[in-house]
Structures are given as C-alpha cells and as structure tokens.
Design a protein. Structure first.
Length: 489
C-alpha cells in the first residue's frame, strides 16, 4: 500500500481525494490542511509520496516543494492544482516536481489519473534510486523487474543497459543491445519519432501504446513509458516497456465472441432437434401398444432424452460467455476419453496413444472430439475401432482421429466441413472446423476411401507441449465395458 501525504486548504477536496484513492485499497491518504502542518508531519512520519495544492495561504505549493526538496530529493511530489499558468509549471519542474496535474473535470476520472500518476512516480523513483547505486544488488533488483527496462544515453540515443526481461523480450544479449541505437528496437516507420516522443512523455509523465521489434522480426505490442535520470553524471532515458501481448490476444478473442455465440446457438438447435426426433420415434412406438417391458424401456429412454435436452439448455448457460474465457492447456488424451464417455460406443474399441500431449485450446475442444467420434459411429458403416494418435512435424503437432469404417469419398473430403453438408443437418463437422479455427488449429480429412476416415488436426508449435513425467510409449483402450451408462456432453 502506498502512503500519501496530501496537503490542501480545501477540506472537502481532501475528503473526496481520500475516499476515491483509498477505495481500491492501493493507497493510504493522510489529509493535511496547511503546508506548515505538512512539514511538521514529515518530521515524524515517512510517506511514499506527496500531493500538494498550489495556491494556499501563508506557504504555497511551490515553496512547499522547495522545502521538501531541500532535505529529500527522492520522495515523489505531485502538484495538484487549479492554477495552470505556464510560469508555475516551469518553476515546479525546475524544482523537481514529478508530475503536474490540473484540477477539474469528472471527479472519478480525475482521481483515477491522480492515482495513476502517484503509482508511476513511486515506481520511477524506486527504479531510479536502485540504478543510482550501480552495484550488484541493484542489478539483481532491476533484472527481477517484471517489465523490460532499457537505459539510453539521452545525448546520443545509444542503449547503454537493459535488464534481463528486456533481453528476453527482444531476444538479444546485453552485448548486442549496447551496440544498438534506441530507435533500433522500434518499427522502421516510427524510428525517427521516438527520441522526441520519449522526451515528451518523460516530461509529461504519460505512457503510450506502441510496438518493439524482436531479433527474429516479431512485433511485440507494449505500453511504453520513460523518464529522464542522471546516471553517473550522464543524462539518460529510463525506458520501461510492459508487454501486452496477452492483452492483445484477449482483444482478438473478444472479436470472435459473437461468432462463438452463434456456434453455441447452432450446437444447441442441432442437438435438441435430433433429440426431439428421437422422442417422436419413441412416441410412435408406444402408440403401437408394445409389451409392458418394451413400454417401460421406451418411457425410460424418453426420460433420458428429456434429460439430455435439459442439459443441452444448461450448456447454453454454462457457455454464455464463450470467447471471453481464455484458452487453456488441456490434456488431449484425457479430453478425448472424456468425450467418448458421452457417446454410445456400442461394441467399438476406442484407442489413444496421445498420453502426455497438452494442447492450448478453446474450452470447446471436448465438443470437437465428441462430434468427430459421433460422426464416425453414425456414418462410418460398422465401425469397430476409433483411434487417436499424435506425431510431431516441423511445423507443429498432427493429431489424428481415424476409424476403420467406410471412409469419405475424395470429392467430399473438403465438402464435409461446409455448413449443411451430409445426411442430417450438416452441422457437426462444420462446427468442428469453426471451433478449431478460433484457436488457429486446422483440420482436414486424409483417409483412404473404403479403408476408413482419418481427420488430421494441425496444431501450431507454440500451441502444444509435452507434460512432465508422461509416458508417451503407452497405448490406452476404452471399451463398452468401461462405460456403464453414456452421459450426454
């Protein structure tokens, strides 16, 4: 928690500031109504930062700043004032103010910005203090920072230092970095802008969203901020880059949210329509006045079907936030067998030799396996074996799901993934392809007609991994005896 001394001669503003800043638990604010009281308080209490009004009776904010700086050069000092004269700003900067923020506007936004400035000032002062000592301890602290930190000579623009995170982020060692100009880590179309841009943002205490370039040419989205420091008598830029790659990925996922919700509607309508057809069939059988045992069996199956319909509706509730939930690492072997437990596999042998492979995929991966297995059973013509296997290639992992059924004719190998293709509603394989495409996984049918279908899923290299202590030399078999009652997915 950051402790703040806030000096202002307006009691109501003191109270509002304390309420807004403390509500999230990041700050503890001590409100003081005069500079003299503030100076007295500093003699007995230490604070992480100071916020001060400018125009106050007896002693104004600039004089307060000068007195604080006379004995403490490091404590962050933010001038928060209704006066915006240029000469006031210049004098404040000359006397070591960290940030200058003008009062006015929406209170919530204003105090949020004030809190941001305090956090930024505290962080920057902390980093600067650590850099000043120039010893191994401070080197370790810098290297353990979660953000990438570069230091550049403000005069020449040459990079003179970088922490471990910075080296990892752009894929270069310290020796390589020290031979680079600060513009070399930015996109070519923005190189000439950055010396002036960093100087401007350093003076204003603001940040900007941009990109830096890794050694391999990758563009990495970052939030960049900078400050000017004195390092061994040399004026330098301290540049901090916060990697927002995950945030950008999340934004991309949000753009797919509507598409995934449409998939959900398709899945639900498809499944419920099929189950209603089943219900109608059992009702027709009951009308034929079957034996008592048959009648009981039909009623039981109808109840099971009603349960499945209810669970499909529940499925819409559970997945109403599709596209918002981030992909997760999933064990391909376990997810495949879980999917098989939701299908009536009859006398079919289910085999998997994918133990140990984990896939970074959408939560609907189990639905993908379920649809592929169900497709084999419904359309494979007397399938007795369904097998999932994995092999690594130069570009990623090939996950294959194959059966020993009739297979798919050559003209239909691509058409099977189009919406509406097939004997029923034609949604199963279309949905499989759409779900996989959301996580950059592609699928194709590569079996030999009359010898079985084989669906191959290509998983990019960065989207799969091998679990520790896994036994990839083992083959697992799931049989009808293993599953007492198939449960709907």
């Amino acid at each position: 928690m950051i402790s703040i001394l806030y000096v202002d001669d307006e009691p109501e503003l003191l109270g509002l500031c304390k309420i807004f800043l403390e509500k999230d638990g990041d700050f503890q604010v001590t409100p003081i109504e005069s500079v003299q009281q503030g100076l007295d308080c500093l003699l007995t209490t230490s604070f992480d930062a100071i916020i001060s009004d400018f125009q106050m009776p007896d002693i104004d904010g600039l004089e307060f700043l000068k007195r604080v700086r006379s004995h403490d050069e490091d404590i962050p000092f933010i001038l928060f004032t209704g006066r915006g004269r240029e000469e006031v700003v210049i004098e404040a900067i000359n006397n070591g103010v960290d940030f200058y923020l003008q009062k006015g506007g929406d209170p919530k936004a204003q105090f949020a910005e004030l809190g941001h400035k305090v956090k930024k000032a505290v962080r920057s002062r902390y980093v600067i203090n650590e850099l000043r000592t120039e010893n191994e301890k401070n080197r370790g602290l810098m290297d353990h920072a979660s953000d990438a930190i570069f230091i550049a000579d403000a005069g020449t623009g040459m990079l003179i230092d970088a922490n471990r995170k910075a080296q990892e982020l752009i894929g270069r060692n310290l020796e390589e970095i020290r031979a680079m100009h600060q513009t070399d880590i930015h996109p070519p179309d923005k190189k000439e802008l950055f010396p002036d841009v960093f100087l401007q943002h350093a003076r204003e205490g603001t940040s900007l969203q941009t990109e830096i370039i890794a050694k391999k040419g990758w563009h990495i989205p970052v939030i960049a901020s900078a400050t000017i420091i004195d390092l061994g008598g040399k004026r330098c830029f301290l540049e901090i880059f916060h990697d927002i790659s995950d945030i950008k990925m999340a934004q991309d996922a949000l753009q797919l949210a509507n598409k995934k919700l449409n998939l959900l509607a398709e899945i639900t309508r498809h499944d419920i329509r099929n189950k209603l057809t089943v219900m109608g069939g059992y009702l027709d059988l009951i009308k034929e006045r079957p034996s008592e045992s048959q009648h009981s069996m039909y009623v039981r199956k109808m109840k099971d079907t009603v349960t499945i319909i209810g669970e499909n509706i529940e499925f819409t509730r559970l997945y109403q936030n599709l596209g918002i939930v981030a992909p997760t690492w999933q064990n391909a072997h376990e997810i495949f067998f879980n999917a098989c437990t939701h299908v009536d596999i009859k006398k079919i042998k289910i085999q998997s030799d994918t133990e140990g492979y984990e896939i970074f995929a959408d939560p609907l991966l189990e639905r993908v396996f379920y649809n592929l297995v169900e497709n084999a059973i419904l359309h494979g013509n007397h399938v007795s074996l369904i097998r999932m296997s994995a092999r690594e290639s130069a570009t990623g992992l090939i996950l294959s799901l194959e059966d020993n059924g009739i297979g798919i004719p050559v003209p239909d190998k691509e058409r099977v993934f189009t919406k509406g293709f097939g004997k029923n509603t034609g949604l199963g394989l279309f949905l499989v392809k759409e779900i996989l495409s959301i996580t950059n996984i592609t699928i194709r049918e590569n079996g030999e007609y009359q010898h079985g279908a084989r669906f191959e899923m290509h998983i990019p290299r960065e989207m799969y991994r091998i679990a520790k202590n896994s036994r990839r030399d083992r083959c697992h078999i799931l049989s009808e005896d293993t599953i007492k009652v198939p449960t709907p997915l």
